[in-house]
Design a protein around this ligand. Structure first.
Ligand SMILES: Cc1cc2nc3c(=O)[nH]c(=O)nc-3n(C[C@H](O)[C@H](O)[C@H](O)COP(=O)(O)OP(=O)(O)OC[C@H]3O[C@@H](n4cnc5c(N)ncnc54)[C@H](O)[C@@H]3O)c2cc1C
Length: 385
């Protein structure tokens, strides 16, 4: 089916990005993989290409684009090449929507130009060692000082993507205790400078996949955060998270779909090249049926993503619809990548083959941004169940 979601401008961007990935990422990706992170300097190259400023308003140094489509293309093209842009993915996908929606004009003037230039890389810290799915249970506190000039931040976060390189972190913390009738009350968002006294980065976590993305533990001991760095209104953080999670979840859905599409391409190419019992693996009926079944699933996921992208751009994507898209596309990707790996035989298990890395990278899509079980809860609630 012809895709109608992208126009000529989007396709021109895709071409530029594809060439950039070929020149700047593919040749050095194995080094990044071994090092466990992309080098900090690479983020300046992404900034030069204009990647960080696409959706930033022009008055703050960006291109003023409102559409999510350029970001979707980044997911499609990195997956196609079997690479990633490391922890910088959260800078735009997760953090920018909060800055755009809740920062004051004064804060935007202070923060967005450096966001666009890559001088300040952002991460977002919601998850804590004791609580992930149940965010209302978070324990990190931010108490207003007696003179009202700053918050005093104490607590710990874990699994924070981009946490090693980040210059600023949007930290979710309790500024008030939960109310008996509302556990979600009392959470606020603070933009914390990672050079602040009392702020520390713990372990860079050793993950099963996403080797190039720096994922870290963070700790805060009496970190002073100026009141001017509160994002949005005090105690309303939970509702802000609810409003921004649909975009994050759609990003994960698109990434998963793109990984599944890449897996089918890798498997088709591999089975056409590999000979067993005097024939190519692709010539067995089983291979053709497996690849055909995978292609049909990928086509369905593509259609779901394309509709959801249009809905997001139109401001119509509901939390339940985003949860549906994430659930469906990540489960499709899980099935498809596993079947495509099987068609590679033992080579599919070797990290030098992109299908092995895809398999490990994709596994987390059903966990982060909300697990598949949490997605089902959201969908069921929207059905009145
Ligand atoms: C690689 C990676 C990167 C990440 N990046 C970030 C980041 O940048 N920032 C950030 O804040 N967080 C990040 N996370 C955290 C991620 O969002 C959480 O891991 C995720 O939300 C799940 O929380 P948890 O790990 O505490 O699991 P838990 O909440 O402890 O869940 C354990 C199990 O219980 C199930 N479960 C939970 N609630 C229910 C329910 N109501 N009904 C049925 N089953 C349920 C879950 O589905 C899961 O199977 C990242 C995680 C990973 C692995």
């Amino acid at each position: 089916m012809r895709r109608t979601v992208y126009n000529e401008d989007h396709e021109a961007f895709r071409e530029t990005l594809r060439a950039f990935i070929e020149a700047e990422v593919v040749p050095v990706y194995d080094e990044w993989y071994a090092a466990g992170q992309a080098p900090r300097d690479f983020y300046y190259k992404l900034a030069e290409l204009g990647i960080f400023g696409i959706e930033v308003p022009e008055e703050f140094g960006g291109a003023g684009e409102e559409s999510f489509k350029y970001e979707a293309i980044i997911y499609e093209e990195t997956a196609r090449a079997g690479v990633s842009f490391g922890g910088s993915g959260v800078h735009v996908l997760l953090c920018l929507p909060y800055l755009k929606a809740y920062a004051t004009v004064e804060q935007k003037k202070r923060w967005l130009p450096d966001f666009v230039s890559g001088k300040s890389m952002y991460a977002i810290a919601m998850t804590e060692p004791g609580t992930g799915s149940d965010l209302a249970g978070m324990k990190t506190t931010a108490k207003l000082s007696e003179d009202g000039t700053h918050y005093v931040l104490n607590g710990a976060k874990t699994f924070i993507t981009g946490g090693v390189h980040a210059d600023k972190v949007i930290v979710c913390a309790r500024t008030e205790a939960p109310r008996p009738d509302d556990r979600r009350h009392g959470i606020s968002l603070l933009v914390v400078d990672t050079k602040s006294e009392g702020y520390s980065v713990g372990r860079k976590l050793d993950k099963m996949g996403l080797k190039v993305s720096d994922t870290a533990e963070l700790a805060f001991v009496d970190v002073k955060v100026p009141v001017g760095d509160l994002l949005g209104e005090e105690n309303k953080g939970f509702s802000y998270l609810g409003q921004n999670l649909p975009q994050e979840r759609l990003g994960i859905a698109v990434g998963a779909y793109a990984q599944a599409a890449a897996a089918v391409r890798f498997a088709q190419q591999y089975t056409q090249d590999r000979t067993v019992f005097g024939k190519t693996v692709a010539s067995f009926q089983n291979t053709k049926f497996e690849l055909a079944a995978c292609k049909a699933e990928v086509d369905a996921a593509e259609a779901v993503c394309d509709r959801a992208i249009e809905a997001l751009d139109a401001g119509e994507l509901t939390p339940a619809e985003a949860a549906s898209a994430k659930l469906f596309c990540t489960e499709v990707a899980h099935r498809v990548i596993d079947r495509c790996l099987q068609l590679h035989g033992g080579y599919g298990y070797m990290n030098e083959y992109p299908i092995a890395r895809l398999y490990a990278d994709n596994r987390v899509n059903r966990i982060y941004g909300g697990t598949s079980e949490v997605m089902k809860s959201i969908i069921a609630k929207s059905m009145g169940l």
